[in-house]
Design a protein around this ligand. Structure first.
Ligand code: PRT
Ligand code: ZN
Length: 284
């Protein structure tokens, strides 16, 4: 049995649970018991505050965990990043009141910066030779400048709308963060390592599936070769003749983000009846 620590409630909890659910790892009704065992996979979930996850994995209370890199860096336990999960993406930035003129990092010399991430900020300031005062607070960082607590803030930014609504502007990005799966550096038994490998195999199939789309289209047979150049697929597309003479159906996969870029090329090659469908799992 492998134990995974995930956030009890917050931005990463639903997404972490969705990833497990899409990997067909089932848990009974999510009553938010602190510990829940899967019905069909040797995995149990330990629900924790995200801040406690790095230490729990480090101490071996959980074998693996899902946590943001921001928290991981702040807590600074020596852990292995097993997998980057591509969710919970955000950045950690310095922001100042929008009316203040800003040229470069030297502006921060002698200033007071409010943050919940003193270690990450301290390291950044030190490596840039900036002497600023760090004021640690645990929440509501974005109002610090308005209430006169600090000259600037260092916090997580995603869309940027929280900064804007608090009259702040982002002036330096210090770190890009996403959710990662972590494990202890050593000490996992061979059995547990095998379960991790199984789990990763499933998660990767789900993640790949999310990144790609299945595409079907009809095209004049004379254009099939050119269409194949545009949507080469994972190996090579399936080409099936249509009942109508001179036409073929082409089936392929493509990275979701590329679809809007190539649609014009497909239309120029007389592609018709284009269908784009989600892929549940993809194993290459
Ligand atoms: O209770 P617990 O301690 O477990 O949760 P928490 O409140 O400490 O963390 P939570 O749930 O807010 O965030 C968990 C993780 O999600 C973080 O560690 C990040 O890795 C990631 N993440 C991604 C974010 C955001 N996006 C985000 N936008 N964490 C926080 N925010 C907050 C930010 O602090 C700011 O207040 O959202 C606001 C900014 O958002 P925008 O969109 O207005 O810029
Ligand atoms: Zn937290």
């Amino acid at each position: 049995m492998l134990r995974i620590a995930i956030q009890k409630s917050g931005r990463l909890s639903e997404q972490s649970l969705a990833l497990l659910a899409e990997s067909n790892i089932e848990f009974g009704g999510h009553g938010r018991a602190l510990l829940a065992q899967s019905k069909n996979f040797p995995l149990e979930i330990l629900y924790l505050r995200d801040d406690d996850i790095p230490q729990c994995v480090y101490d071996g209370v959980a074998d693996i965990g899902i946590v943001g890199e921001d928290v991981l860096q702040e807590k600074n336990y020596a852990l292995n990043i097993v997998e980057r999960l591509g969710m919970g993406k955000c950045r950690m930035s310095l922001a100042i009141p929008k009316s203040v003129v800003y040229n470069d990092l030297k502006w921060f010399n002698g200033k007071k910066i409010a943050t919940s991430y003193p270690r990450v900020l301290g390291n950044f300031l030190q490596s840039n030779n900036i002497a600023a005062e760090i004021h640690e607070i645990s929440g509501s960082v974005e109002i610090s400048t308005t209430i006169g607590l600090a000259d600037a803030i260092f916090d997580i930014v995603s869309s940027g709308s929280t900064l804007v609504s608090n009259g702040l502007k982002e002036v330096e990005t210090v770190l890009h963060s996403e959710a990662v799966m972590v494990s202890q550096k050593e000490g996992l038994t061979e059995d547990k390592q095998l379960i991790i490998n199984d789990l990763l195999f499933r998660l990767r199939a789900v993640q790949k599936g999310r990144q790609y789309k299945y595409i079907l289209l009809n095209v004049p047979t004379k254009n099939v070769d050119k269409i194949i150049d545009v949507i080469p697929g994972s190996k090579s597309p399936t080409v099936v003749p249509l009942a109508q003479e001179g036409w073929s159906s082409v089936h392929s996969v493509l990275p979701e983000n590329d679809f809007w870029k190539i649609i014009d090329q497909l239309k120029k090659l007389d592609a018709q009846g284009i269908l784009v469908m989600p892929i549940e799992k993809m194993i290459l």
